[in-house]
Design a protein around this ligand. Structure first.
Ligand SMILES: Cc1ncc(C[n+]2csc(CCOP(=O)(O)OP(=O)(O)O)c2C)c(N)n1
Length: 338
């Protein structure tokens, strides 16, 4: 497998200044790169006709899923949109099972019947990717209600695109979260466009957290440049939700480097705009932080080579796996099967 996104090469000597913990940073970087390489492999498989339906890639937004998985405590829950592969990988789902799900194979994460938009792995804390915009926000509020009712100390993290902020179900879910002080953090991944529609044509206000006071939600808003900063600030919101039942709305300004889905030619944004965001790619920033902390070029290449081998194996596994038995599509329709 080739590298679609080249790593930046740098031959300058490492600085000796005290920086972030090297092992931690290496872990976060590795997870971000695993998502990137998974998505690149999925894009290739899609163009080869191995994946049916829609495929929404998470390239550019990886720092968010990785920061989230890193701060979660056992039992915490993620509920997200159809742009869900990154969360599955970050939360530790097997890349072969994820790829097989995209291929609609029996060995897939949900047996091949969910596909790209419906990843689910409750043992890892992934309580679903949802295809209907905004539909999952009240579902996530329900998870948080259960946590409060059962006093289990868990927090739900609900991810949504900025486009979901203009959906009725979103307002209902956020209102109930504020009313009942549920242990939940709503995270808007504002990647600036809902399909081809820019935020300026969706919303009368730029700052989507300006709606938070009306739902009694705490709020935070920042640009996702750095995975460590993202982790720190999301962790603060999660701590308030966990310890004080103080729900929050966090808006993350981010960017998807690829189209809305694989069928999007992306004509609604300029090359300069895409290049500008790519130049601030959080993945490259953490790569540079690793260099600054003393990691060698050989070590970086070894990380990438290992991930590429993993994704090659994931694709081969998906290729070789069988399709589900036809009767399988009726499983899980009745409560007795669950
Ligand atoms: C209720 C509903 N309306 C329309 C769609 C079609 N649709 C799929 S994705 C999308 C854009 C959503 O954009 P955003 O919430 O910003 O998330 P992003 O794709 O940028 O991650 C739309 C309109 C849908 N899935 N559900």
């Amino acid at each position: 497998m080739s590298r679609d996104t080249a790593r930046k090469t740098d031959t300058s000597p490492p600085s000796s200044g005290a920086g972030p913990d090297l092992d931690h940073l290496r872990h976060l970087y590795t997870q971000m790169l695993r998502i990137r390489r998974f998505e690149e492999a999925a894009a290739r498989a899609y163009t080869q006709g191995k994946i049916s339906g829609f495929l929404h890639l998470y390239i550019g937004q990886e720092a968010i899923a990785v920061a989230t998985a890193d701060l979660m405590e056992p039992g915490d829950r993620v509920v997200t949109t159809y742009r869900d592969h990154g969360f599955a990988i970050a939360l530790g789902c097997d890349s072969g099972a994820c790829m097989a799900e995209l291929f609609g194979k029996a060995t897939g994460l949900v047996g091949g019947v969910g596909g790209s938009m419906h990843f689910f792995a409750k043992d890892k804390g992934l309580w679903g990717g949802y295809a209907i915009v905004g539909s999952h926000v009240p579902v996530a509020a329900g998870h948080a209600f259960a946590s409060k009712y059962n006093q289990d100390g868990r927090v739900t993290l609900c991810f949504l695109g900025e486009g979901a902020m203009h959906i009725g179900a979103t307002a209902e879910g956020m209102n109930l979260a504020g009313l009942w002080r549920l242990p939940i953090v709503f995270v808007i991944e504002n990647n600036m466009y809902a399909m081809g529609t820019p935020l300026s044509r969706q919303s009368p206000v730029d700052d989507l957290t300006s709606r938070a006071p009306g739902w009694a939600l705490a709020s935070d808003r920042f640009v996702v440049n750095d995975v460590l900063e993202t982790r720190t600030r999301l962790a603060e919101a999660v701590a308030h939700a966990r310890n004080e039942n103080r729900p929050a709305l966090v808006e993350l300004l981010t960017y998807r480097f690829r189209g809305h889905s694989m069928s999007d030619p992306g004509k609604y944004r300029t090359k300069d705009e895409v290049d500008e965001w790519r130049s601030r790619d959080p993945l490259h920033r953490s790569e540079q932080q690793l260099r600054d902390a003393g990691i060698t070029e050989d070590a970086l290449t070894a990380i990438d080579d290992g991930i590429i081998a993993e994704m090659d194996a994931a694709t081969a596994f998906a290729d070789e796996s069988p399709l589900p038995e036809p009767a399988h599509r009726f499983r899980h329709n009745l409560i007795e099967d669950v």
